[in-house]
Design a protein around this ligand. Structure first.
Ligand code: ARG
Length: 467
């Protein structure tokens, strides 16, 4: 008696799998996400088998066509394999055999599920890298558009979340452009390491069939072929790197999200969020909550958790394939889903959900001592040693705070008491617009610098879109 006809190995086993164990073992509920890559991989494998003379042309033609039919059946919702299929690889092979009979049973010649799954996952990650890169460029495009609108708008710049020096709002937004730029580049570099083909590694040691891996690599558009079969089936470094890259994207989005949350509070009042991107409270009728940036901030945890999980999953695995590796998939899929939905939501939020409050920002850059450095710089430029100037201004700020006045409110006599080199041009020198314009060192917030950086940002977007 054999175990059950549902598993390929049933001839070897005496009894059927315990139903709870079957469920425990199965990955079909999530690895179905790989089905199209699995089909494409099998089609290429079959074509290679024909080219290498291992299978006949008519056999392979039937296989390739039937695999295409399975793809259509999946897309139209007709093909929905259940738990008994165990995983997506068995599900496709079984359906193939249903469709074309015994010929279908030849598709697994010279291949193992171990090199098959490693290939599927790489094809999936490769495709998702391109999607995430496309979304990053969209995010950059919106950052640049909003920066362009706010070339002349000033916003307090902070260190330690204490008002430090005013900056141009465009400059602030372009800082996120730079983060996205690095995220894009990181994915670009990673792409090359993902795009290495494990197919042909067999279960772990290669195969006795005279396969031609160049053919499969060409058909599947892999740039390189893995050189070591043991590594081919057991390497998931590319997935770790992808999760790390995704983790950083999330960290960047989360930092922006945190600023939006602060800016939209009554205390800051720098932005108003539109009704299309905010939600209300069930009890406090006045509330309008920044749920979108809060969710983005909250979702960082799961992506960075997946990265940690995958590292832990791999750290003790002996070569080569181990079933532990089935656990890589949900981490990868959930990361893709999370990072893509967060990029989309933040892009919408910035593009149409946020109105910067010009009046409030105008007032904010005038209500503190963020121009104190500029008084010290003013004196230093007249020959006063910077540290001495710094101390003089520090004392002055202390008296102003005691008197409840700002630097701009001091009469000229008081300035000249502070230092005889100070002249009437001090008032213009400490106006927020002047202090921002004056920081014209390369990469600084000066308006001329920001205009250059905006032009540069446009070029970089154009370069990427022309790829
Ligand atoms: N579902 C399995 C996975 O995701 C496919 C590979 C199974 N290989 C094996 N030798 N059991 O890892």
């Amino acid at each position: 008696m054999t175990a059950s006809s549902s598993q390929p190995w049933s001839e070897r086993f005496e009894t059927a799998l315990h139903p709870a164990i079957a469920q425990f073992n199965a990955s079909i509920s999530f690895d179905i996400a790989l089905i199209e890559y699995d089909i494409t991989g099998s089609q290429a494998h079959a074509q290679m088998l024909a080219a290498a003379g291992i299978l006949s042309e008519p056999e392979v033609e039937a296989m390739v066509q039937a695999l295409e039919q399975i793809r259509q059946e999946y897309r139209s919702g007709v093909f929905r394999p259940g738990l008994d299929a165990e995983d997506v690889h068995f599900a496709v092979e079984r359906r193939l055999t249903e469709l074309i009979g015994d010929v279908g049973k030849k598709v697994h010649t010279g291949r193992s599920r171990n090199d098959q799954v490693a290939t599927d996952v790489r094809l999936y990650v490769r495709a998702q890298i391109r999607e995430v890169q496309r979304q990053l460029v969209e995010w950059q495009r919106v950052l640049v558009t909003r920066a362009q609108e706010h070339g002349e708008t000033l916003i307090p710049g902070y260190t330690h979340l204490q008002r430090a020096q005013p900056v141009s709002l465009a400059h602030h937004l372009l800082a996120y452009f730079e983060m996205a730029e690095r995220d894009w580049q990181r994915l670009e570099q990673l792409y090359a390491r993902v795009n290495v083909m494990p197919l042909g590694s067999g279960a772990l040691a290669g195969t006795t069939f005279p396969i031609d891996r160049q053919i499969t690599a060409r058909l599947l558009e892999f740039d390189e072929i893995g050189r070591n079969s043991l590594d081919g089936v057991s390497d998931r470094d590319f997935a770790v790197e992808f999760l790390a890259a995704a983790g950083l994207i999330m960290v960047h989005l989360s930092r922006f999200a945190e600023e939006v949350i602060l800016w939209s509070s009554t205390e800051f009042g720098f932005v108003v969020l539109s009704d299309r991107v905010s939600t209300g409270s069930s009890i406090m009728p006045q509330k309008k909550n920044p749920d979108v940036p809060e969710l983005v901030r909250g979702k960082v945890g799961r992506v960075c958790g997946h990265l940690q999980g995958l590292l832990m999953l791999l750290k003790g695995l002996p070569l080569a394939y181990n079933k532990d590796m089935q656990e890589d998939k949900e981490a990868i899929f959930d990361t893709v889903q999370t990072v893509r939905s967060c990029l989309e939501a933040m892009t919408i939020l910035l593009e149409e959900g946020m109105t910067f409050q010009g009046d409030r920002l105008h007032q904010a850059v005038r209500e503190d001592f963020a121009n104190a450095t500029d008084v010290a710089d003013y004196l230093a430029k007249k020959g006063v040693p910077f540290r001495e100037a710094y101390n003089l201004v520090g004392k002055l700020v202390k008296t102003c705070v005691q008197e409840g006045i700002l630097l701009a409110e001091l009469p000229l006599e008081r300035w000249q008491e502070l230092h005889p080199l100070i002249e009437a041009d001090i008032f213009a020198a400490i106006a927020p617009e002047t202090v921002v314009a004056a920081r014209n060192s390369y990469g600084g917030t000066g308006f001329a610098q920001v205009r250059q950086q905006l032009a540069h940002a446009h070029d970089r977007i154009a370069q990427k879109t022309n790829l």
